[in-house]
Ligand binder design. Structure first.
Ligand code: NAD
Length: 493
């Protein structure tokens, strides 16, 4: 039974009416050069909630010129001044956190609890990078021959194009804007077409906090490929920071190669969740719920494959299924809802086709397993057992509330299963023996490991993947270095 929320047009107008739905270029909001617009849909109801300007190549190049003009002024501002503007943005985000959370629910569908969590996480990037802005340390060393000095400084890399996905419409934007502005760069943000409103709202807060015109330009567009491609071809653009699928990441790396644009890529994941025989089962179930169900499974860090020691697998699957079945599904704007809709119909079709293929090759759904048809793009929480090791559901990002469980016998088998993927973003390990957990963690080919933890995201930590999950790191001190170039000055004195 889906829980519905009775929206009124006035509620929607309140949530979406305090920021522009046009492009933001050089501090001014304006329609697209062709006047084109596109609709933003509430995935819980299928209703249109706003119509947003769709940037063209001309608009994109205007934004690049604005960012280029603003660059020398912004990069010359004292780090302390940049820091204080970022700090102010953090405070404004906190003040408006409830409005922002509801806005995320409206355009993305996630539960209010998840949206509130996202806003808290997203705002922290402004606080963290307000603190980092004044700590861009260089170095000085004596060369080995003792004759020369090696002086290294970090300079802002320049105009940066930021491209973000729909699954964390606030956090993926602030995780890029925060460090870019701290380092002294100016940016053009291309938010995902499914969720452009949150980015435009954050743009309003940045402007209210005192970010000068041209420093943050925001370009929703239905023509992502041509618009981003044209910016990457412009010689003023020195950086691409992309978060999204590996498929699109590969295309953008190829495009960026023509002008040798520096790229940071946060791409897809296929996280294994390993439960060893000695795991604390209560903790493992709590961790599994978090790692699988945050954002309804629509997270790059979502546990995608559960590998459980055969001695505890049936208990794990049964208890996970009980917890998943107890979730209330419906419109995320209702406080009691824990699981909202998927982002769109294509997403639901993809999730169901992976589940159907797994079931056709022998898997059993302990709960869920069939889409909720009707209004909204809902899919029930599903636990699959007896999943064939070559099932496509273990190779692809599910991006939905589905947990396939596979058993293992030995450590070597668990590690082999976990590493058997082109992805390498994150893995989760549950064991009561910390030394064993650390030893297993070091054998996993992933940029991040949750060791007895179902959540790794932290603005102070370097987030990123091995293998085809990406290049570079976001968050932490590393996240700001991604927006700098090192300059080495050879000196003798
Ligand atoms: P996507 O790759 O379809 O889109 C990401 C962004 O790229 C959007 O803004 C989209 O409009 C734009 N885009 C699409 N095609 C483009 C093109 N040809 N040229 C330029 N831009 C283009 O991804 P999505 O569906 O929005 O997000 C889900 C994906 O993002 C998943 O694969 C998920 O794992 C990944 N993700 C990764 C991280 C991470 O930190 N590693 C975080 C969140 C999401």
């Amino acid at each position: 039974m889906l829980i519905r929320h009775s929206h009124t047009d006035a509620d929607t107008a309140d949530l979406t009416g305090w920021f522009t739905h046009d492009l933001v270029i050089d501090g001014v909001s304006r329609a697209a050069s062709t006047q084109e617009r596109f609709d933003v849909i509430n995935p819980a109801t299928g209703e249109t909630i706003a119509s947003v300007a769709s940037a063209t190549v001309d608009d994109a190049l205007s934004a690049v010129r604005a960012a280029e003009r603003a660059l020398p002024i912004w990069s010359a501002r004292a780090p302390r001044e940049r820091a204080e503007i970022l700090r102010k943005t953090f405070e404004l985000m906190q003040e408006r956190s409830e409005d922002l959370a509801r806005l995320i629910v409206l355009e993305n569908g996630k539960s209010l609890a998840d949206a509130r969590g996202e806003i808290a996480y997203a705002a922290e990037f402004f606080r963290w990078y307000s603190e980092e802005a004044v700590r861009l340390l260089g170095s000085m060393q004596v060369s080995p021959n003792g004759q020369n000095r090696i002086l290294v400084t970090h300079q802002p890399i320049g105009v940066s194009v930021l491209v973000t996905p729909w699954n964390f419409p606030a956090a993926m934007a602030t995780r890029k804007i925060g460090p870019a502005l701290a380092a002294g760069c100016t940016v053009i943000l291309k938010p995902a077409s499914d969720t452009p409103l949150t980015a435009l709202a954050i743009g309003q807060l940045l402007s209210d906090a005192g970010v000068p015109a041209g420093v943050v330009n925001i370009l929703p567009s239905r023509k992502s490929g041509t618009v981003v491609g044209a910016m990457l071809d412009d010689p003023a653009v020195r950086k691409l920071s992309f978060t999204g699928s590996t498929e699109v990441g590969r295309i953008l790396l190829a495009t960026a190669s023509a002008t040798v644009v520096n790229c940071s890529m946060e791409l897809g994941g296929n996280a294994p969740f390993l439960v060893f025989a000695d795991a604390d089962m209560d903790a493992a179930i709590d961790g599994a719920m978090l790692a699988k169900m945050r954002n309804g499974g629509e997270a790059c860090t979502a546990a995608n494959r559960f590998y459980v020691h055969s001695s505890v697998a049936s208990e794990f699957s049964r208890r996970l299924s009980e917890r998943m079945s107890a979730l209330s599904v419906g419109d995320g704007l209702e406080e009691s809802v824990n699981l909202g809709p998927l982002i769109n119909e294509d997403a639901r079709t993809k999730v169901h086709s992976l589940v159907s293929a797994a079931v056709a090759s022998g898997a059993t759904a302990l709960n869920g397993g069939a889409p909720d048809n009707g209004v909204g793009f809902f899919y029930p929480a599903t636990v699959l057992v007896d999943v064939a090791p070559d099932s496509p559901i273990l190779d692809e990002e599910i991006f939905g509330p589905v947990a396939p469980v596979v058993t293992f016998e030995t450590d070597d088998e668990a590690v082999r299963f976990a590493n058997n993927t082109e992805f390498g973003l994150v893995a989760y390990v549950y064991t009561s023996d910390l030394a064993h957990g650390l030893a297993i963690s070091q054998r996993l080919e992933t940029g991040m490991v949750g060791l007895n933890r179902g959540l790794v995201s932290d603005p102070a930590a370097p987030f990123g993947g091995f293998k085809q999950s990406g290049i570079g790191r976001e968050g932490g001190h590393e996240g700001m270095l991604e927006f700098t170039e090192s300059q080495y000055i050879a000196v003798s004195w």
